[in-house]
Design a protein around this ligand. Structure first.
Ligand code: TYD
Length: 258
């Protein structure tokens, strides 16, 4: 089975940067990776992303229930077309920039949709495929939203949002601070309920320090060592001749220098 790692966090938490760094570091080690970004990755997922973030109807909002089903439809497609196969691969690390916990945090805690009803939808959408490790980049919303330029010189207050670039284009970033606070505390509750899966990382630290924590957590996993061993043995099997750890490549006539 593949090792499945997901990144979670609010807006401006730096999770996409860290997910990208993890994929690059794994590639540098020669470990095969599959990167997924939610909503996205599949054709349907990319269309749904446009619908949700780009809102073709201008300022008209999508109902919270419909929003839940849009994210869930994207995830169902991802599980059926990508994850079900990828998760069976023992030499693979799947790195997800958001997964089903985003739905619980945003639609459940943020939008206040009933968590018990959402649970069935989530299990159906994911086919029960869950991450082995979920890294939560935890950041107080005031600080995180400053990073994405949503809070300017104290203009943001609890009841309202600061600005909208285009109608509806920044659906979640424009939500009131109270929404982001509910999302953050929702994430922390989830991490508290399932501490064996979650690691909470202080997202206010500098990028390198955060990545050190990410790397330490990933490389410390037994399943990670297993994936690395499997991919090394694949490399050895592929090599033309091998003696223990040293691979000998037969030289062609011209390379022999004669
Ligand atoms: P994200 O990929 O983090 O946005 P960005 O384009 O800035 O990288 O996620 C898109 C938005 O969708 C983000 O605000 C969180 C939200 N979201 C949900 O509300 N529910 C979900 O299930 C998912 C996956 C994302």
């Amino acid at each position: 089975m593949a090792l499945f790692i997901s990144f979670e966090g609010g807006e401006g938490s730096g999770k996409s940067t860290q997910a990208g760094r993890l994929v690059r570091a794994l590639n540098d080690m020669g470990v095969p990776t599959q990167f997924i970004h939610e909503p996205g990755t599949t054709n349907l997922g990319r269309h749904i992303r446009e619908l949700i973030k780009g809102s073709p109807w201008g300022r008209e909002t999508i109902s919270h229930e419909a929003e839940l089903f849009l994210f869930s439809a994207a995830r169902a497609e991802l599980a059926a077309k990508v994850l079900s196969k990828a998760s069976e691969e023992s030499r693979l690390v799947i790195v997800a920039d958001r997964y089903v916990d985003s739905t619980v945090a945003y639609q459940g805690y943020g939008r206040r949709l009933p968590l018990n009803l959402m649970d069935s939808v989530n299990r159906l959408a994911t086919q029960g495929i869950m991450p082995d490790l979920t890294l939560l980049l935890d950041c107080p919303p005031v600080e995180a939203l400053k990073r994405v330029g949503q809070i300017q010189a104290g203009l943001f207050d609890d009841g309202d949002s600061v600005r909208r670039d285009e109608a509806g284009a920044r659906r979640f970033e424009d939500e009131p601070l109270a929404f982001h606070r509910r999302v953050r505390s929702g994430y922390l509750k989830l991490a508290g309920i399932e501490p064996e899966r979650w690691l909470v990382i202080d997202g206010t630290k500098d990028e390198d320090a955060v990545f050190d924590s990410v790397w330490e957590a990933v490389t410390g996993m037994e399943k990670f060592r297993h994936v690395v061993e499997q991919s090394e043995s694949l490399e050895r099997d592929r090599a033309p001749e091998h003696l223990g750890e040293t691979t000998l490549f037969p030289l062609s006539g011209s390379q022999r220098g004669c």
